[in-house]
Ligand binder design. Structure first.
Ligand SMILES: *Cc1c(COP(=O)(O)O)cnc(C)c1O
Length: 385
């Protein structure tokens, strides 16, 4: 399948793989255990934590779409974030961005506090700070672009060059864009990981993650660890996510079209003070986004005119957008980073990170754009009443 175009690879994931019954769609294998061929003669699978046929097909499909050699499907995105640091030892240094996903920040700071590895948290858009971090010769450098919730970008190619120069591997959290819009391995990264809960599954009905490596040996080592610590994904969740994966390129097209329209609409609205969306020419990373990404994604945030009261009125005034965290599903979601996704951060730290009380985040879904804009119109009018 590697000779086929992206959308074809996504649709064909697992198709015609069933040798036994010739099922067109890959069957869901729930069995936890598999019989040996005979004494000391194992087949391809023996126990589902270690290997499962449904999960294996999903893992292979993801590896193909990211242009990697090994795919590992994990129980959650956080499990994927955990797997990638399993090879680090107490003297190894991990470098993470200061504005990475809150759960990743919590995981890495707590593991480092227990002495599992050394940690440096850095603003990767600050060239000097990043160069200083690289001078410490990290073992692994984590990148997350665009960032949450302000959609700031970092230049993956440049980070890779600087990291490679000091012998560091680079891992990229590609959850916000999916391989349809950004391909970190092609930009030189060694590891890509995902919360498949978001765009890859796309229907907000499972939780999962994945790790994809360029290098086969590294992938096999991380797969060994995923089995060892027991964080491999379930067969059922793999089945659901592989079903979602088939429409990923199609969904992203519609997400993209709607998001562009929403960003333009918000940018011109008097109740909106500022829009953070890399697709707008006013965004500081607009040019980088054009180079590094195939399009701008469907996540955005904006500052509302007024304070928390206006935010509450906005939420109360909406009927289509659902007030919920998470992202990347077919349905449009709205959230308040300060009290939801970033509630774990002190208010001062939020302020320093540019997360105000009037900041609102959108995951633009694939409903009809007329209904999306009408809902925002109604909510924004209510916010200023
Ligand atoms: C959601 C998310 C995660 C964590 O994934 P879970 O599936 O919730 O464990 C990691 N990184 C990013 C960017 C996310 O949005």
């Amino acid at each position: 399948m590697t000779d086929k175009k992206f959308a074809t690879q996504a649709v064909r994931a697992g198709i015609n793989s069933d040798e036994h019954h010739k099922a067109v769609v890959a069957p869901l294998h729930l069995s936890s255990t598999y019989a040996l061929n005979g004494f000391n003669d194992k087949g391809a699978f023996d126990y589902s934590r270690t290997g499962n046929p449904t999960r294996a097909l999903f893992a292979d499909a993801l590896a193909q779409l990211e242009g990697g050699s090994v795919g590992i499907v994990t129980a959650t995105g956080m499990a994927a974030a955990h797997v990638i640091v399993q090879t680090l030892t107490k003297d190894d240094l991990l470098v993470i961005p200061h504005d990475c996903y809150g759960g990743s920040y919590r995981l890495y700071t707590h593991l480092a506090a227990k002495g599992q590895f050394k940690l440096k948290v850095v603003d990767q858009t600050n060239d000097q700070a990043f160069a200083e971090a690289m001078a410490l010769k990290p073992t692994l450098t984590l990148v997350e672009t665009p960032s949450n919730p302000l959609l700031r970008l970092v230049d993956i190619k440049r980070i890779v060059e600087q990291a490679k120069a000091v012998g560091s591997l680079v891992a990229v959290d590609n959850t916000f864009l999916s391989p349809v819009l950004q391909q970190p391995l092609a930009l030189g990264a060694d590891i890509v990981f995902h919360s498949t809960t978001k765009f890859i599954n796309g229907h907000s009905d499972m939780v999962g993650g994945a790790v994809i490596t360029k290098d086969k040996a590294l992938g096999e080592t991380l797969a060994w660890w995923a089995n060892c610590i027991g964080v491999t994904g379930s067969a059922f969740d793999s089945y659901l996510a592989m079903r979602g994966l088939k429409t990923l390129p199609l969904r992203i097209k519609q997400h993209q079209q709607n998001a562009n329209a929403v960003a333009q609409y918000l940018a011109d609205h008097p109740a909106v003070a500022h829009v953070y969306y890399p697709g707008l020419a006013s965004h500081p990373d607009h040019e980088l986004a054009k180079q590094q990404q195939k399009d701008f994604g469907s996540m955005m945030s904006f500052e509302l005119v007024g304070g928390v009261d206006a935010v509450k009125k906005l939420f109360d005034g909406l009927s289509l957008f659902t007030l919920a965290q998470s992202l990347g599903g077919v349905e449009s979601l709205i959230s308040h980073p300060s009290t939801m996704t970033h509630a774990g951060m002190e208010l001062d730290a939020q302020k320093a990170a540019g997360i105000g009380q009037n900041l609102v985040r959108l995951s633009v879904g694939i409903e009809d754009i007329d209904d999306i804009l009408a809902d925002l119109e109604q909510g924004l009018a209510a916010s200023q009443s």
